[in-house]
Design a binder for this molecule. Sequence first.
Ligand SMILES: [Zn+2]
Ligand SMILES: [Zn+2]
Ligand SMILES: [Zn+2]
Length: 294
Amino acid sequence: MEVTLLGTGDTTGTPTVACDCDTCRRARNPDEEVLTQAREQGATITPNGVERTRFSVHVRNDRTDQSLLVDFSPDFRQQFLREDVPLPDAGIVTHIHFDHLDGLGNCFRLVDELSIHAADETDPETGKSVAESVSDDYAYLRQITVEPQTPFEPFESCGFEITLVPVDHPPLLCYGLAIEDPETGAKLSISGDTNYAVPDRSREVLAEPDLFLADGIVPAHLCEYHTKGGDHHDEDGTPRTFGTKHMTREGALSLADELDAARTRLVHLAHYYPADEAFEPPLALDGERYVLSE
Ligand SMILES: [Zn+2]
Ligand SMILES: [Zn+2]
Ligand SMILES: [Zn+2]
């Protein structure tokens, strides 16, 4: 299983358009320290600097020579040109927010046939499941076949066994997932966009991955700037949730610890990370690659 982090940023990405903050400036014009760190992490350095585009993960099965794409970033075109990875044979949509779904139209004229797997539970907020929303919004895209999946029920795609699990990203339903190679036992878990209150049953499915990609949008000390503050505090009073929708860096790392992840990278990162904290592991950068064999 070969995992390429195509997009590791939140909904505005880093650098953010028209933003002049220290973090965005340091991303656009990386100094030697940032460049060294980026090279060490295997990140892709582009003419735009060191980037965190909108969320997407490419997972290649070298046994079957198939590729699975988790979420369709609005930066799809740029990501595929930049990383030179194969076009997807199948895709997964975790939820219907812009930064995870609105790149799907890029598949027009690029692929002949694409199965899109998405959850089949009706979201009271929209009156539709994620699968139904994708079908309705992309009715014009004849290349895709939406395959509704029931959370907690494993399904097969690209030679992997995949399980969607509910997470907590109010007000919309959103799903994390586990991707396992039944031949090698390699396991990738992805938190999806979520606060720290991931249900126990979902945690059981995500547990003990070789690689865990966790939403850690900002460090906990920034909760004071959110109108809703922080939530799900640990014993030391550190908030593990930023506002209501995402985990803090500390929350994501604490979840990784509880899941007993062999390796963790934080994703869905905002440019609000202070410039001196934004380019340090385990914060991911676009272009990182991981080979999971067990
Ligand atoms: Zn900025
Ligand atoms: Zn979201
Ligand atoms: Zn998002």
